[in-house]
Design a protein. Structure first.
Length: 185
């Protein structure tokens, strides 16, 4: 599975380039339109050619980046995938209740996090030690809230609520409770 940080960096680069191209086009068009003197206006053929190129580029970016989302194949084929581990987590009164003190996971395990809220809408996010987010989902009471994830490298992760659930929600952090390690032989 491609690391979400790699996907984020690639998409940041691609969409920044795309946004700069749009800004330059609009700036060039505005400059030509407001230029004093004998300046020529931009021909409509040239302008619409650039707009067409930007549309094609934008649609192409979406098509290309669609398959870079690391969890998409697992979500699309989730009925055919049996998780190696499953963790049932309950959330109530602004507290996560884990099935054990630490959630131990082996590298390459497919893990199902099944999170149930008993009262409010919360978030369930897994964060790396540098505080960047690995994944997150919304946890709505009365609905199925689960996410299937495959861990492909060792690490220690923190669980945090990623949704506003009132002032107490800011304290919904379980530091270093998910441990991904080399498979024991």
């Amino acid at each position: 599975m491609v690391d979400s940080q790699v996907v984020l960096n690639g998409q940041t680069f691609a969409y920044t380039f795309y946004a700069i191209a749009i800004i330059l086009l609009m700036g060039w068009f505005g400059f030509k339109l407001t230029k004093e003197g004998k300046g020529k206006a931009v021909s409509s053929g040239l302008f619409y050619s650039f707009v067409g190129m930007l549309v094609i580029l934008g649609v192409s970016l979406h098509i290309i980046t669609y398959n870079t989302i690391p969890w998409a194949p697992m979500d699309l084929n989730r009925n055919d995938i049996k998780p190696d581990k499953s963790f049932n987590i309950t959330v109530a009164n602004h507290k996560f209740s884990l099935p054990s003190e630490k959630l131990m996971i082996d590298i390459n395990d497919k893990v199902l996090f099944d999170v149930y809220s008993q009262d409010l809408t919360y978030g369930f996010g897994l964060f790396r030690q540098d505080n960047s987010m690995l994944f997150q989902m919304q946890v709505v009471p009365g609905h199925r809230n689960d996410i299937l994830w495959q861990f492909d490298k060792p690490g220690i992760y923190t669980i945090r609520s990623t949704e506003y659930s009132g002032p107490k929600g800011a304290n919904m952090v379980l530091k270093d409770v998910v441990v991904v390690q080399e498979r024991k032989k």
